[in-house]
Design a binder for this molecule. Structure first.
Ligand SMILES: [Zn+2]
Length: 245
């Protein structure tokens, strides 16, 4: 099995034959690409319009508030399946054919389980977004010069968590009937990072097949057979989430 080192992750190249002569297992079926699941969303408005920098809003303010919101929502989404993401079920932080390794503050590479990796990500991001010198909230306080690279770093890590959710925990997400939330969150996140060039496309390309489907405009839903009454129940809210970890 050929190994290509790229940034902090390894891509396991699929070769036709393993060194021991055995054929590799067939590529795992990506359940999350099936139309039955990709069509499920909790909102149907134009995400591109949603991420555009509003006039009169400072770019850094916009990036800070969106990044913090994505952090909270992705943390929440992960918490819905966290009981299934254990050191036994997920011995490495995998997504497609990639394994992510954690680098500590001194740059030392550490192999860790997926729950450990997610915990490192969430703890680091929580620390960054709540530090006044990194994400200032007080009037007149300047954003640091490193703000752009901090936001990029956070988005890269959050992408790893989303990719792991699809790759390793989609079945459990479907069992909880939360695939619509995951799809909407993922599409919103991808449209946002693309708009502001926050994550290297080389990083997100492992999920391009899904991104292309989910980021395409939602096909119009067929009109209901019966006329809807003005008192009919509203559509499910995107805030209908489960408790935080
Ligand atoms: Zn996992």
């Amino acid at each position: 099995m050929g190994v290509l080192v790229c940034c902090d992750c390894f891509f396991y190249r699929k070769s036709k034959t393993k060194p021991n002569g055995k054929k590799p297992p067939a590529e795992e079926k990506k359940q999350y690409l099936e139309a039955e699941f990709t069509k499920v969303r909790v909102v149907d408005f134009d995400l591109k319009e949603l991420v555009l920098l509003p006039r009169e809003i400072d770019l850094n303010e916009w990036l800070a508030s969106n990044t913090t919101t994505f952090f909270n929502l992705i943390n929440l989404q992960y918490s819905t399946i966290s009981e299934f993401c254990t050191g036994d079920t997920c011995q490495a932080m995998t997504a497609c054919n990639t394994i992510y390794y954690w680098y500590d503050e001194r740059g030392k590479k550490t192999k860790c389980t997926a729950p450990q990796y997610v915990d490192f990500v969430m703890s680091l991001v929580q620390k960054l977004v709540t530090e006044e010198e990194n994400f200032p909230t007080k009037y007149g306080k300047e954003f640091p010069n490193s703000f752009d690279s901090l936001v990029k770093k956070i988005c890269r890590y959050l992408f790893h968590v989303l990719a792991h959710l699809y790759w390793a925990h989609f079945k459990e997400t479907v069992a909880l009937d939360l695939q619509g939330h995951l799809n909407t969150l993922y599409a919103h996140f991808i449209v946002f990072v693309r708009e502001f060039n926050l994550v290297d496309p080389k990083e997100t390309c492992i999920m391009d097949d899904l991104s292309e489907i989910l980021c395409a405009p939602v096909p119009p839903t067929p009109a209901p057979a019966a006329p809807s009454s003005p008192n009919s129940a509203p559509s499910p809210s995107s805030h209908n989430h489960v408790t935080e970890r």
